[in-house]
Design a protein around this ligand. Structure first.
Ligand SMILES: [Zn+2]
Length: 290
């Protein structure tokens, strides 16, 4: 049962040719790291999947980072690799904001330092990562995928999609495909439950990204920043982070480990299309702190 479920996963190598999640060309799919290996993504993973609504632990955890077999060699090696250094640079510049072992009294938001980033490149690599995690995204939004593949100088998201940014805390990392997370309200009968309709998500210290509607109730309540307009910038432009982001960002947990949510959260995956790849013990020395 478990092996059969794992066989359907993008995290498992598949023989033969398959359509690339991004460009749609048939070919051999390559190991697509989300986020880039250069951002410290060489952690030991413990893959978990949603199979028939059940989440099961990877029976064979191993090193090598969080990845799925999703993109062709061209999209992975040429396109995404072009933007990865900008992502790694931002992650490195914010690494001192990562709180591996949060305490109850910790602040809920962190002020951002005065660093320069390349928002266009970073948003593109995050969006390419979302395509890797959500196999149906290209079929639903081929124009968006083509715009990335063509390296358009400005990219526009379809209505009802936004890239949300927060700071990831804890020693867990998780990349996931489409999920509908419901947080049951503890306010008693009649209170509304709160849901996240996430098409894809990336939690990897020190950053967290969600591909979800711009008005998502839970992400808005948590104070995530909507950074969708980073896609409208050319990939080679460098700007001060504080000019393209609110002065502070919220600190968020991988949902399954959030002490606020883990007891009353229900995740509904989309069957075979939803998957979770996770690391539960990200080393505190993830970045070289010398
Ligand atoms: Zn491709």
């Amino acid at each position: 049962m478990a092996n059969r479920a794992l066989h359907n996963l993008g995290a498992t190598p598949r023989k033969g040719n398959h359509p690339c999640n991004l460009c749609g060309q048939f070919g051999k799919l390559t190991r697509t790291h989300v986020p880039a290996k250069a951002a410290g993504n060489r952690v030991r993973r413990s893959r978990m999947v949603s199979a028939n609504g059940r989440v099961i632990p990877d029976p064979d955890p191993r090193d090598g980072g969080l990845y799925v077999f999703a993109h062709c060699r061209t999209c992975n090696g040429d396109l995404q690799a072009q933007y990865d250094p900008a992502y790694a640079e931002m992650a490195n510049g914010l690494r001192h904001l990562w709180v591996p072992y949060p305490t109850p009294g910790m602040p809920l938001r962190h002020a951002l330092p005065a660093i320069d980033i390349m928002p266009g490149a970073i948003a593109r690599t995050v969006l390419i990562g979302f395509f890797a995690l959500a196999p149906k995204l290209r079929a639903l939004h081929p124009g968006l995928a083509d715009s990335l593949v063509r390296r358009d100088p400005a990219i526009t998201l379809p209505p009802n999609f936004a890239i949300h940014l927060a700071l990831s805390v804890g020693t867990q990392a998780r990349i996931a495909g489409p999920f509908f997370n419901i947080v049951a309200s503890s306010m008693g009968r009649g209170a509304r439950n709160v849901g996240v309709r996430s098409s894809a998500s990336i939690y990897f210290p020190p950053l967290a990204w969600q591909f979800a509607p711009p008005d998502d109730v839970l992400l808005t309540a948590q104070g995530w920043a909507n950074v969708s307009d980073w896609l409208s910038m050319p990939a080679d432009r460098t700007v001060p982070l504080r000019t393209v982001c609110p002065p502070t960002l919220p600190m968020v947990w991988v949902p399954e480990f959030d002490p606020m949510f883990r007891r009353n959260m229900v995740s509904m995956g989309g069957g075979k299309i939803a998957e979770i790849v996770m690391a539960t013990d990200v080393p505190a020395q993830l970045f070289d702190r010398a």
